[in-house]
Design a binder for this molecule. Structure first.
Ligand SMILES: NC(=O)c1ccc[n+]([C@@H]2O[C@H](COP(=O)([O-])OP(=O)(O)OC[C@H]3O[C@@H](n4cnc5c(N)ncnc54)[C@H](O)[C@@H]3O)[C@@H](O)[C@H]2O)c1
Length: 328
């Protein structure tokens, strides 16, 4: 029997998942739910889903819904995931798993208690470029420990809830959680963080701009200098961004043309990988979830990954509230 999937939330990111459920030979969209009638109607029109509702209980009571994909604002994930787990549904939950570790642990416990599968949407685990980067760092291409620098500036996410401290939290949880997770996947557990955050936008109360540093027990370090504080929302104003990795024997540069460059003294090595697109990552991610639902295996990217990335985010945001600094 194909896996019947229910969408909880039919906004932006659900559009990255829905086509891969529709195309999957062993899955189908059984029902779609959103608090917005308009979003439900648009989903039904675009993906041909018969069942649409604005009532979560109705979706969870639907007998064809075996699993759910949670694509709502982050602060709403915990109650929805717990309700889905208690209804016996397997769960794919978008990242960040939750706004706090306590909430993420409550979700994990509900999944464990009810024997359901839980996957979190850290899509970089399905991306050739990021996986190749991890492989060459771990193979010692530039020595260890390394410093991963990530600089990014723009107007931020398109809908206002992303800038609400309680349910969205701004870039240092929402966007950067991909970095926390991938750094942890590559380096191991984090040991400490420091941060200096501020607000450039006058709308929303979440920190939208700043710098955070995460140290890992391996000695590796992640430095993020990020802003969603530029004017507008979505892609209105963008500054230049950069990712690179510095190590004692060289640097790894994202060349942006389907290669990674490893620069060492007197030589530059071009590292190739099979080029793929965002659609490929999301397709593989969904295929992994459907496979896990069918086999009963817990996904490779599950509650532990979600909780640990949330732990780093929560610590950075709490420093933003109470900065520990040396006054000059
Ligand atoms: N994997 C990624 O790279 C990625 C990218 C973007 C967003 N996300 C994550 O996906 C989640 C959703 O983000 P988005 O960009 O789709 O946001 P969005 O604002 O585009 O869509 C959110 C949708 O949820 C609906 N909604 C709000 N409250 C609801 C409720 N209580 N019950 C049901 N529906 C409700 C809204 O009406 C809207 O349609 C967030 O956690 C976000 O961080 C992940």
């Amino acid at each position: 029997m194909p896996v019947g999937i229910g969408f909880i939330g039919c906004g932006g990111i659900h559009r990255a998942h829905a086509p891969h459920v529709v195309e999957h030979p062993d899955a189908f969209i059984a029902c779609a739910m959103d608090v917005s009638e308009e979003a439900v109607a648009k989903h039904q029109e675009d993906y041909g889903t018969e069942c649409g509702t604005t009532d979560l209980d109705e979706l969870l009571a639907h007998e064809d819904v075996q699993a759910v994909i949670v694509c709502t604002p982050t602060g709403y994930h915990p109650d929805q995931v717990v309700a889905a787990a208690e209804a016996g549904k397997h769960i794919f939950c978008e990242k960040p798993m939750a706004m706090t570790v306590a909430e993420a642990e409550r979700m994990a416990q509900a999944c464990e208690d009810n024997g359901v599968i839980f996957q979190v949407g850290f899509v970089r685990h399905f991306c050739n470029e990021w996986l190749k980067l991890r492989e060459i760092i771990q193979d010692g291409a530039i020595g260890r420990p390394v410093v991963w620098r990530s600089v990014s500036g723009g107007s931020g996410a398109p809908t206002p809830w992303f800038f609400d401290r309680k349910i969205g939290g701004g870039p240092f949880i929402d966007g950067a959680v991909h970095n926390y997770d991938f750094a942890r996947f590559t380096f191991g557990d984090a040991t400490r963080v420091c941060a200096n955050l501020r607000n450039m936008k006058t709308t929303g109360d979440a920190w939208d701009t700043g710098t955070a540093v995460v140290d890992f027990e391996s000695g590796d370090q992640l430095i993020m200098c990020w802003s969603w504080g530029l004017p507008g929302y979505g892609s209105d104003v963008r500054a230049d961004g950069a990712h690179d990795i510095l190590g004692p024997e060289g640097a790894i540069i994202f060349a942006g043309d389907g290669t990674l460059e490893v620069r060492r003294k007197d030589e530059t090595e071009i590292v190739e990988f099979e080029p793929d697109t965002g659609a490929d990552w999301f397709r593989r991610q969904m295929a992994h979830f459907v496979e896990c639902v069918r086999t009963g295996e817990q996904p490779d990217v599950g509650a532990r990954e979600g909780i640990e990335a949330t732990r780093i985010a929560e610590a950075i945001l709490s420093i933003g509230d109470e900065p520990a600094v040396m006054e000059l």
